[in-house]
Design a protein around this ligand. Structure first.
Ligand code: GLN
Length: 195
């Protein structure tokens, strides 16, 4: 059984834990860097990316998660978590983890569309998945090694780079846990590659 952590500094934590459990993983909330030990994967949840970034710096998670990823362990950023994973944030001098080779735009879907739900095709998942967007970012550009796995109206809303996964929306807010299952499979592949 894959053991997956959910970074629990701010944002949607319990919903991710529930979806990961539905996907067959053991899921734990992570509040201190020591707790990363023994995990096969980590979810960085949605919330507010500036706040999450600040708390990550304060508690030593920037270096610790970079190291976690360098060991080949899987990381999944959703919404604000996608912003936290990106190498570049439009209009900001500093990014956070800088793990995924992509430029992101925050709050990209405009005021009247602050939040909405839709069905999305995702490469690697058979039928469309239900996606909830809340003040969501989009991926404005992807660099080398990043595969686009989903778009919404020609905008990139999910991408994968080896053992790293990111989506603009909140997959944890529906009963559809297939993207979590996809991530648990990634963590399993990554674990097999390490052993
Ligand atoms: N708008 C938020 C940000 O820029 C992300 C929103 C979310 O995670 N639902 O950090």
């Amino acid at each position: 059984v894959m053991k997956i952590g959910v970074l629990a500094l701010q944002g949607a934590v319990v919903e991710h834990i529930r979806s990961l459990e539905l996907a067959g993983a053991e899921a734990v909330a992570i509040k201190r860097v020591e707790e990363l030990e023994g995990l096969d994967g980590l979810v960085v949840p949605g919330g507010e990316s500036t706040t999450i970034g600040k708390l990550m710096r304060k508690y030593g998670f920037i270096e610790a998660i970079r190291e976690f990823s360098a060991q080949g362990k899987a990381v999944f950023g959703t919404c604000a978590g996608l912003i936290v994973l990106a190498s570049e944030i439009e209009g900001q001098d500093e990014a956070h983890l800088e793990l995924m080779n992509m430029k992101v735009q925050r709050n990209a879907f405009g005021r009247q569309r602050e939040s909405f739900e839709t069905d999305l095709n995702v490469t690697g998942i058979n039928e469309p998945i239900r996606a909830v967007f809340i003040r969501a970012p989009l991926i404005a550009e992807v660099g080398e090694g990043v595969e686009v796995i989903s778009t919404y109206k020609d905008e990139i809303v999910a991408a994968r780079q080896n053992h790293l996964l990111a989506c603009s929306f909140h997959p944890e807010l529906t009963d559809d846990y297939r993207l979590h299952a996809y991530f648990v499979d990634m963590a399993r592949e990554a674990a097999a590659g390490r052993s």
